[in-house]
Structure formats: structure tokens, C-alpha cells
Design a protein around this ligand. Structure first.
Ligand SMILES: NC(=O)c1ccc[n+]([C@@H]2O[C@H](COP(=O)([O-])OP(=O)(O)OC[C@H]3O[C@@H](n4cnc5c(N)ncnc54)[C@H](OP(=O)(O)O)[C@@H]3O)[C@@H](O)[C@H]2O)c1
Length: 367
């Protein structure tokens, strides 16, 4: 019988996607176990990273004898480091009698990197490496960026009018895009580890920056606030910590204690002499050191302009509605002062979705 490997790996990718944004600093992994081309079990990485997807998929099979001779499809190389019971995922796979493992991506984490695959091969388990690597790899844009570049994967979300405006000239911006777009942007929030905004956007919009989709509130991201001069008082919605998630606040000021009673708030001092580039590099490196893989940014023109001109955006998420605001509105980006057409940067469209009369374009910088 010809097994449908692509179908099963796609199913594993879907499982991984279900845990994206909810696995702490650990990567979101999906795993499917199949025998005679029939589904035996599936698993995804647990909340905050444990149990691993492979462990969950194995544990979900009540009669372990059924695992003998089965095939596993897993989006990331199974780990070679031990869990609290002293067993790595590859130990557990070996013990079950699984005969072959399809692996989406090799894990760059030095504790596992190729060690998991080599262990399985040594035990004569057939390994199919890099199977649907590009598709599975989309789950790891953040994890790979943190491990390899020591910075999170940065997605800049923009909700704009047809003519690229993010607010009226009086700064009113609720709601340029429609309800479906806004729901989807809440899903994106749930899939990111942290969300960043600025003092200016907080003072204008008083956003909550959480995920309010039923059942996914628990996956609300950690909040990151840029407030160099501590202008934002504790009365703003952003400081609501009912979901018990940390808030990181970056400021150049040493002391001002009006926020001290918030035990989830961590103030981080930034050197006031930093250039814009040093400022953002410091913050991104600091967030990576705190285990943030995927960072969603929702800011206005000033920060957008800095990030785009410094090439710090990995992905643009542009929700564009059908309404036209006009030149007196606030543009999503300010002057970039290009003098030559050849100097313009091109953001390649990687996918798009329509939400009623709105469109979401996902774009990445062509390097
Ligand atoms: N539709 C959308 O997608 C969307 C999303 C977000 C916001 N908005 C709208 O955008 C408007 C706010 O836009 P905005 O351009 O005024 O604000 P912004 O880009 O969100 O933030 C600008 C603020 O960031 C702070 N900042 C931190 N680090 C900085 C640095 N290195 N250099 C410069 N500034 C730094 C500054 O405040 P400090 O001096 O206090 O540090 C500055 O005023 C609001 O009307 C809001 O509704 C729309």
C-alpha cells in the first residue's frame, strides 16, 4: 500500500499550529503516528513546552503493542535531551518499536541538533529528514530566529485604509478594518509569544493587547511596552494582568514608582545614549534572552518608520480595508527619504487572505 506521507505530515503541521504561541520558549511541534496508512494517534507540544508532541502522541495510544512497526510524522527533530523522567523523545520512540520517522526540520538547538536523528539511525529506525521542510519550517520562524540570530522573529501588523492610512488626523483609528479582520488579528496575537506597543499608541487608543477569542484567552501574549519617559499611568488597560502574563516595560528612566504595585510588571532600563538601532537591538536581544520567539508589533507611524528603515521587520501583516481616509490621515509609515528607485526595498507577498471586504497581505523582505 502506498502511504500518503504528505497528507500525514500536513496533519502533523496542523497539530503544531494548534500550539503556536502557547509553548513558552519551546518550539511548537506537531506529531502524528500512523500504521498501515491509518491514524493511530496525534499530539502537540503542551502548554509552556511540556509534554513534547511525540511523548503525547505515544501516550495517547492505550495498547502500546500497536506502535510496533508504525510510522511517526513529526514537524521538528525529536529531542535528544532528557525529560524529568530521564527519557528523551528519541529514547521513547526507540522503546515503542516505531519503524520509521519523517522529520520536518532539523532542530538547531545544540542539545539536539542532529543528535536525535543520529540516535534513531543508530537504532536502525529509518529517518526521512527535511520532509516538507519549508511548510513545517513556518512553525519555527521564531524559534530558529531566537536560537540562530538571538532575536525574535518580528511581525509588524498594520490595520489600514485602502490608501495606507492607520488613523484619521485626529488620531481616531477604531475601527478601520472589519470585525473578521480584527478576529483574525486576535488569532495572530494568540500565536505570538509577545506583543509590543508604544506609549503614544497606549495614550491614544488605550488598547488591551490581549487575545479575546473564546477558548484562546489563555494564549494571550506577554505585553511589551516602549515608554521611554514613563508617560503611561497604571490606569491604562494594557496593565490589566488578569491573565497573569508578564509585562516588560522599556524605559530610559531609572525611577518612578507609580507602577510598582503591579507584580507582573518588569521594568527594564535602556541606555538613553543609545541610537535608534542600538535601542531596538538591545530590546530584541533582551526579549530573545527571555525566551520570546515570535514578537508581534502593533504601533503607529513613528515606530513603524524606525523599524522599517532599520530593516528590523521580518514580516509585514497588512490588513487593508476598502475605505479611503485621504492624505490628512496618519500614514502607516513616514518619510523614508529615498533618492533612487533602485534603493527601494521590495516586500514579497508570501500569502494573502480576504476577510469580507478586507484583505490581509503577508509580506517578507526580499533579501
Ligand atoms: N491602525 C493601526 O495599525 C495602528 C496601530 C497602532 C497605532 N495606531 C495609531 O497610531 C497612532 C500613534 O502613532 P504614533 O506614530 O504617534 O506612535 P507610535 O509609532 O505608536 O509610537 C511613537 C512613540 O514611541 C515612543 N518611542 C519609543 N522609542 C522610541 C524611539 N527610539 N524613537 C522614537 N520614539 C520612540 C515615543 O514615545 P516616548 O517619547 O514616550 O518614548 C514615540 O512618541 C495612534 O493614533 C494609533 O491609533 C494605529
Amino acid at each position: 500500500m502506498l502511504a500518503n506521507h504528505t497528507k500525514w505530515m500536513n496533519y502533523a503541521i496542523l497539530q503544531g499550529l494548534r500550539s503556536k504561541g502557547a509553548t513558552g520558549k519551546n518550539p511548537p511541534v506537531g506529531c502524528v503516528i500512523v500504521k498501515n496508512d491509518l491514524l493511530l494517534s496525534y499530539g502537540k507540544t503542551g502548554l509552556s513546552g511540556r509534554p513534547h508532541a511525540e511523548e503525547e502522541a505515544i501516550n495517547n495510544v492505550s495498547d502500546k503493542k500497536n506502535l510496533i512497526g508504525s510510522s511517526m510524522y513529526v514537524t521538528l527533530e525529536p529531542c535528544a535531551h532528557k525529560n524529568i523522567n530521564g527519557l528523551s523523545c528519541v529514547d521513547q520512540i526507540y522503546k515503542t518499536g516505531i519503524k520509521e520517522v519523517f522529520v520536518g526540520c532539523v532542530d538547531p538547538d545544540p542539545r539536539t541538533n542532529k543528535k536525535g536523528i543520529n540516535f534513531l539511525k543508530k537504532k536502525e529506525i529509518k529517518v526521512h529528514e527535511n520532509f516538507l521542510k519549508d511548510q513545517a519550517g513556518k512553525l519555527y520562524d521564531g524559534f530558529f530566529s531566537r536560537i540562530l540570530n538571538k532575536k525574535p522573529y518580528v511581525s509588524l501588523k498594520i490595520a489600514c485604509s485602502l490608501d495606507g492610512k492607520i488613523a484619521l488626523k485626529n488620531n481616531k483609528s477604531k475601527w478601520i478594518t472589519n470585525e473578521l479582520s480584527r478576529s483574525y488579528s486576535h488569532l495572530l496575537r494568540s500565536q505570538n509569544d509577545a506583543i509590543m506597543t508604544s506609549s503614544s499608541t497606549i495614550l491614544n487608543d488605550n488598547p488591551r493587547m490581549n487575545c479575546r477569542l473564546n477558548g484562546l484567552q489563555i494564549n494571550s501574549p506577554i505585553k511589551v511596552i516602549l515608554d521611554r519617559f514613563l508617560k503611561v499611568s497604571s490606569k491604562y488597560n494594557i496593565f490589566d494582568t488578569s491573565n497573569k502574563k508578564d509585562i516588560f516595560l522599556y524605559s530610559v528612566l531609572e525611577t518612578k514608582d507609580h507602577l510598582n504595585e503591579n507584580k507582573f510588571l518588569k521594568k527594564i532600563k535602556v541606555d538613553k545614549q543609545f541610537s535608534d538601532e542600538e535601542f531596538f537591538n538591545f530590546i530584541f536581544t533582551d526579549l530573545a534572552s527571555k525566551g520570546i520567539n515570535n514578537l508581534l508589533i502593533e504601533t503607529g507611524s513613528i515606530i513603524n518608520t524606525l523599524l522599517l528603515s532599520l530593516n528590523l521587520v521580518d514580516e509585514l501583516l497588512i490588513f487593508r480595508s476598502g475605505n479611503i481616509i485621504g492624505n490628512d490621515g496618519l500614514s502607516f509609515v513616514n518619510n523614508l527619504n529615498f533618492k533612487e528607485i533602485n534603493d527601494l526595498k521590495d516586500y514579497k507577498i508570501s500569502s494573502s487572505k480576504t476577510f469580507g471586504n478586507d484583505i490581509l497581505e503577508i509580506r517578507n523582505l526580499i533579501s
